[in-house]
Ligand binder design. Structure first.
Ligand SMILES: Cc1cc2nc3c(=O)[nH]c(=O)nc-3n(C[C@H](O)[C@H](O)[C@H](O)COP(=O)(O)O)c2cc1C
Length: 167
C-alpha cells in the first residue's frame, strides 16, 4: 500500500490502449469503498470514452489539454439528493477520487485529478457537455490510461508542518 501511495504521480500523457471494462469496474469499486460521512456515499461516476466528448473537454476546462489523448476519463460527481450530512459531499467524493487514483496506480495505469467544483465555469461546462442534472455536481475529472511518461517519485515530507498538542 505505501509503495502505491509513494509511486502515484499525476500522469498527463497516455498511450491510446483501451482500459478493459473489468479494470474500469474495479477502479470504480475501489473509489466506492472510500469512507463517507455517516456512510452517505453521495457519489456518482460518469465514464466518458466517446472520442468526440473527450476532444471537447478542453473547451470547458482550461487545464485539461491531456484529456483527448486518454482512452477514457471518469467524472466523479456529488449527488446532492444523496447527501444526508449537509456539506460533507466534497470530502466524501475527494476520498473516492484518491481511492480511484491509488487503484489506477496499483493497476500500472496513470491518471490525473482535474479539479472541477468549485469553479463555476467548469461545473456548468461539464454539466452541459454531459447532460448532468442540477442536483449532480462534478467534483473531479480523472483521465485514465497507460502512462506515456514516468515522473520520478518525490519526497515531500515537511516536518515543519507537524504540530503536537496544539500549534
Ligand atoms: C483538487 C485538485 C485539482 C487539480 N487540478 C488539476 C488540473 O486542473 N490540471 C492538472 O493538470 N492537474 C491538476 N491537479 C493535479 C496537481 O497539479 C498535482 O496533483 C500536483 O501538482 C502534485 O503532483 P503529483 O500529483 O504528481 O504528485 C489537481 C490536483 C488536485 C488535488
Amino acid at each position: 500500500m505505501l509503495e502505491t501511495i509513494y509511486k502515484r504521480r499525476s500522469i498527463r500523457a497516455f498511450h491510446p490502449d483501451p482500459v478493459p471494462e473489468a479494470t474500469l469496474r474495479e477502479l470504480i469499486r475501489a473509489a466506492m469503498h472510500a469512507p463517507s460521512a455517516g456512510d452517505e456515499r453521495p457519489w456518482q461516476f460518469v465514464i466518458v470514452d466517446d472520442r468526440e466528448l473527450l476532444r471537447r473537454v478542453p473547451t470547458v476546462h482550461p487545464y485539461a489539454s491531456m484529456v483527448p489523448t486518454a482512452p477514457v476519463a471518469i467524472l466523479v460527481c456529488g449527488d446532492l439528493k444523496l447527501e444526508t450530512h449537509e456539506g460533507f459531499w466534497v470530502q466524501d467524493c475527494s476520498a473516492a477520487v484518491q481511492n480511484l487514483l491509488l487503484a489506477v496506480t496499483a493497476h500500472g495505469l496513470g491518471a490525473v485529478w482535474l479539479g472541477v467544483h468549485p469553479r463555476r465555469d467548469r461545473v456548468e461546462g461539464l454539466r452541459k457537455l454531459l447532460g448532468l442534472p442540477d442536483h449532480v455536481v462534478p467534483l473531479a475529472l480523472v483521465p485514465i490510461g497507460k502512462p506515456a511518461e514516468e515522473p520520478a517519485p518525490e519526497d515531500r515530507f515537511e516536518p515543519e508542518k507537524i504540530h503536537r498538542n496544539g500549534w
